[in-house]
Design a protein around this ligand. Structure first.
Ligand code: SF4
Ligand code: SF4
Length: 195
């Protein structure tokens, strides 16, 4: 059964309950997610304030229970949006490691693929999309960088304090989109309809 949020007039993602658990329809189409992100911009700002007023541990516990279900239903290899659109930070150790894997010396690797801040403290991949993305798949997946492994950072504590950064990627990352929409649903977040 599809539920309708009575006050915003918007479909929620909850389909119903099975064995006491909510069953959700996940959305993975990037065009649809991008359109909804534009539509829900104000709502998300309200949700950010709402989340920040909640108990931070309760929010993290909810996310911890939602995230595995969403990750199971979203195929990152069919998406690759973060690899196509984000700047990837890398460390000296990671450069050493990936250079060995690719049978290159780290200096040549850096010259070809890395941009450094003037102080040399920050290093990023020098291409967006990432040089290692091939057909929406990572060609060095087993050896990808920590930043790649950790995005979209929803497994980390204190989501309440990181809502701004998380919502920046809401319209791009289907995992974030679905987790946030399910969270809105589970926490009974309802926005006032503006006349
Ligand atoms: S290294 Fe792989 S996972 Fe990381 S951004 Fe590049 S393609 Fe994506
Ligand atoms: S982490 Fe998000 S943006 Fe990156 S590939 Fe997976 S679903 Fe797409």
């Amino acid at each position: 059964m599809k539920k309708m949020n009575p006050r915003s007039g918007r479909d929620s993602v909850a389909l119903g309950k099975f064995g006491g658990l909510d069953i959700y329809k996940l959305i993975s189409d990037p065009v649809e997610i991008s359109k909804k992100a534009a539509l829900f911009e104000d709502e998300n700002e309200g949700f950010r304030n709402f989340i920040q007023a909640q108990d931070a541990q309760m929010v993290d516990d909810r996310v911890a229970s939602i995230l595995p279900k969403v990750e199971e239903g979203i195929d990152c290899t069919a998406c690759g949006a973060c690899c196509r659109e984000l700047m990837i930070n890398v460390t000296e150790d990671e450069i050493e490691h990936i250079s060995k894997v690719l049978h290159q010396d780290s200096r040549s690797f850096k010259e070809a693929h890395i941009e450094q801040s003037t102080s040399g403290e920050v290093m990023v991949m020098n291409t967006i999309p990432c040089h290692f993305l091939a057909d929406s798949k990572c060609s060095v997946y087993e050896n990808r960088f920590t930043e790649c492994r950790e995005f979209p950072h929803l497994h980390k504590p204190n989501l309440s304090g990181r809502m701004f950064g998380t919502l920046m990627h809401y319209g791009r990352c289907p995992i974030i989109y679905n987790v946030i929409e399910i969270l809105k649903n589970e926490l009974n977040f309802i926005t006032e309809k503006k006349d």
